[in-house]
Write a protein that binds this ligand. Structure first.
Ligand code: G1P
Length: 297
């Protein structure tokens, strides 16, 4: 059965992004001219997902508004003859069916996914974390679904090699390479120390999960950081269910981190059809000035 539903958790406080995220959900901070969450929604849509389930929290209503029809704005743009902008605004609300549900308490990523249980129903589904932007053709999620369709069953995790000293920021797998880019996962651990980490293969925020994960999540005690961890639920289900890690093709940006967010802005800025050439010129000029500064000091 092909995967048609995707859950995007977007309930976190975004503390890594303060003060910018105090009153604006971090998922709406723009990379060049589009909110981060729109890149994620577009990846899901380009993959063939037909329903996106947003798990939001308090003060996150503006994320729903972003994907909704904005009657006043459309009316304003139409009356001013700003048809290009009207088209952009309308396309967002026509993108895909968006359903949203609230996570009432910040109990962790695993708990956020559990909140989507009723809407997901009894089908395998995808999870995309809004902090992880992946620039890839075909989209990262599409690559994973192709692997899933070939295998016919199983949990698929997007993985990426990270520097050993960064393993404590990720879920890390203990896996065995079985074919090009594909690993069987024997175990996984959330945010291990460098010493206890079984490898440097990190889980990046894309998952294909079976509905059985909900039962596991329901009985799961809090893990790392006192939160109900999706990683722990996958590790537990993995005792009786096949789990694979797929080393996707593409470049990943950590848009939940200030530096990662900045880098994403530069990289996507350079590719932007209108702004790209000017951004490139600006960067080259700035680099020259920096170089001159070094030479005169
Ligand atoms: C989450 C997951 C972690 C994963 C990471 C990818 O952590 O819990 O296993 O490696 O996303 O970005 P977070 O970054 O939300 O703390």
């Amino acid at each position: 059965m092909t995967i048609k539903k995707a859950v995007i958790p977007a309930a976190g406080f975004g503390t890594r992004f303060l003060p910018a995220s105090k009153a604006v959900p971090k998922e709406l901070l723009p990379i060049v001219d589009k909110p981060t969450i729109q890149y994620i929604a577009e990846e899901a849509i380009d993959t063939g997902i037909t329903q996106v389930i947003l798990v939001t929290g308090r003060e996150k209503g503006s994320i729903e508004d972003h994907f909704d029809i904005s009657f006043e704005l459309e009316h304003h743009l139409r009356s001013k003859g700003k048809n290009d902008l009207l088209k952009i605004v309308q396309e967002i609300s026509e993108m895909v069916q968006i359903v949203s549900i609230r996570q009432k308490m910040p109990l962790g990523l695993g708990h956020a996914i559990l909140c989507a249980k009723q809407i997901v129903g009894d089908h395998p589904f995808a999870v995309l974390l809004a902090d992880d932007i992946v620039d890839a053709t075909p989209p990262c999620l599409r690559q994973m679904i192709d692997v899933y369709n070939k295998l016919g069953k199983g949990i698929i995790l997007a993985i990426k090699e990270v520097p050993r000293e960064e393993v404590y920021q990720y879920g890390i797998i203990d896996g065995e390479l079985i074919e090009d880019r594909l690993y069987t996962v024997n175990s996984l651990i959330e945010k291990p120390s460098v010493e206890e980490s079984p490898s440097n293969l990190a889980v990046i925020g894309r998952y294909l999960l079976p509905p059985e994960i909900f039962e596991v999540l329901e009985g799961l005690p809090p893990g790392k950081g006192g939160e109900i961890q999706l990683t722990d639920a996958i590790a537990r289900l993995g005792e009786t269910y096949p789990v694979y890690g797929y080393r996707f093709r593409g470049e990943r940006f950590d848009a939940g981190d200030k530096m990662g967010f900045f880098i994403a802005n530069v990289k996507f800025g350079l590719k932007h059809p209108e702004l790209g050439p000017r951004i490139s010129e600006f960067i080259l000029k700035t680099a020259e000035e920096i170089q001159k500064g070094y030479e005169t000091h």
